[in-house]
Design a protein around this ligand. Structure first.
Ligand SMILES: Nc1ncnc2c1ncn2[C@@H]1O[C@H](COP(=O)(O)OP(=O)(O)OP(=O)(O)O)[C@@H](O)[C@H]1O
Ligand SMILES: O=P(O)(O)OC[C@H]1O[C@](O)(CO)[C@@H](O)[C@@H]1O
Length: 441
């Protein structure tokens, strides 16, 4: 566990001396009204002043710095070369972020050279053959209409030294990494190699996770789109379940460690009788277990709807061989499929009819384009990332904390995971909406 107090500083490559091309706009106070005081003094670089002004105790902003445009910047836009890479699993909104980075860099800062690295960190290594594309306003036009990422993505560890070689050879000054916690661990290593070599290359992350498991961003981009899409599967399974005698709808949703998608999708439909997530342990067997409760409910009401997060119930599948994906993440066993068989066996053993319909919408929910809410969020995150990088901030991700865009040191962003709190109000809402008992034991 990283000591949060030891990570209080967002790193900066040096003093910002160059007038930002945005300075004229900043002076109007129109873009930064919350950040400019009466004497037009920009408070952006003064965390304490801003925090005091807003009445948020400094203690509650460990290592954070407010996001937004600075009046002085570190990089000269006319000489700045930028790289963008997307890594890890897909997420709605990746193309929105790429497009917004490119447009903000070109339109507002006047950066002329932007490289897109193909297929994640792979595309930055000699081993896989470097794959670089030039990005400009024309190339990114309309890409936000599509799911996925125009740059491609990948899993699998790559040597950070090779990646920094690539940045040096292309004279890249700023690298934007759009990815999950693994990608941010990679970004940290890249920033460390950059520092060891005494280079001034800013490494700035835009956190991406449909699981909503990265801390300090309140909601990750694409999350709302993903759980909205998941409601379609729940609706379908529920319709099926209510149309057959003793019908049971079972939907498994993504969520490796965090059950946010399952909770939100279930609440949105308000048709689920049970939600099972990794954060709340449960027993399937015994008189107080899930199976007995489900059978009683189906007999009483004629149908039931279950939503499970894929990371739930993994302890039931421990006998299966554990495999890792290319990045070293444990490949989850298919708990939904296991549960489907256990339910069928349980009902058969009790001599009770069951008509179970199982849906796993899996990739369907993360490969769609972002909805308008997420698109707006993507643009704003990208703007914050560009402002941070141009001001020379490095080893940081853009976050959103207490309704504000902030800079968070990468080390802090990867030091913990955002989990559904079993004692918190989200889980309480799920218990209220489903009527399921708090414990299956
Ligand atoms: N511990 C690590 N150190 C250095 N690089 C890493 C590390 N973990 C992952 N990476 C790099 O980050 C990339 C993406 O990692 P990973 O596949 O774990 O996805 P992720 O960013 O966590 O996204 P998702 O949330 O979709 O899983 C990998 O290609 C790998 O090169
Ligand atoms: O099949 P892939 O691409 O490895 O990704 C699956 C994982 O990626 C995520 O979507 C994001 O981490 C998880 O919910 C899921 O377990």
């Amino acid at each position: 566990m990283v000591d949060e107090r030891a990570q209080l500083e967002v790193k900066t490559l040096g003093e910002s001396r160059i007038d930002s091309p945005l300075a004229a706009l900043l002076r109007t106070g129109r873009t930064t009204q919350h950040y400019v005081d009466e004497s037009d003094r920009v408070l952006l670089d003064d965390t304490v002043a801003l925090v005091a002004a807003r009445g948020v105790p400094v203690d509650e902003l460990p290592g954070f710095e407010p996001g937004g445009p600075r009046r002085k910047i570190f990089f000269d836009p006319s000489k700045t070369r930028v790289g963008i890479v997307t890594c890890g699993g897909l997420c709605p909104g990746l193309n929105d972020v790429i497009r917004a980075l490119v447009l903000e860099l070109t339109n507002h800062y006047g950066v002329r050279r932007i490289f897109g690295f193909r297929n994640g960190y792979q595309g930055m290594t000699a081993r896989y053959g470097r794959e670089v594309v030039d990005l400009d306003a024309e190339v990114v036009a309309g890409i936000n209409e599509y799911g996925g990422t125009i740059l491609g993505t990948s899993r699998g560890n790559q040597d950070p030294n090779e990646i920094v070689d690539c940045l040096e050879q292309l004279s890249v000054n700023v690298l934007f990494v759009i990815g999950g916690d693994g990608s941010m661990r990679g970004a940290l290593k890249i920033a460390e190699v950059v520092a060891e070599r005494g280079r001034r290359i800013a490494v700035v992350g835009v956190p991406k996770t449909i699981d909503n498991d990265i801390p300090y961003i309140e909601r990750s981009f694409g999350f709302q789109t993903a759980f909205a899409k998941a409601t379609e599967a729940i609706r379908a399974a529920h319709v099926e379940a209510t149309a057959f005698p003793n019908g049971i709808g079972l939907v498994q949703l993504m969520g490796r460690h965090s059950g946010f998608i399952a909770c939100y999708a279930a609440l949105a439909n308000n048709d689920a009788d049970y939600v099972l997530i990794p954060e709340v342990p449960f027993s399937l067997d015994g008189p107080g277990g899930f199976l007995a409760h489900l059978r009683a409910r189906v007999v009483e009401r004629g149908h039931a709807m279950i939503v499970v997060a894929e990371g739930a119930g993994q302890e039931y599948l421990l006998d299966s061989a554990t495999t890792l994906d290319a990045s070293g993440n444990v490949r989850l066993q298919d708990f939904g499929r296991y549960l489907r068989h256990r339910i069928a066996d349980d009902f058969a053993a009790a001599g009770v009819e069951a008509n179970l319909k199982y849906i796993d919408p899996s990739y369907t929910i993360r490969s769609v384009p972002a909805n308008p809410y997420d698109s707006v969020y993507c643009i704003r995150l990208a703007h914050a990332a560009v402002h941070a990088a141009m001001a020379g901030r490095t080893e940081m991700v853009v976050g959103r904390w207490r309704g504000r865009f902030v800079h968070v040191p990468i080390a802090l962003a990867i030091s913990s995971r955002n989990l559904v709190d079993p004692g918190g109000d989200l889980w309480m809402s799920v218990l209220e909406a489903t009527g399921q008992p708090p414990v299956f034991a």
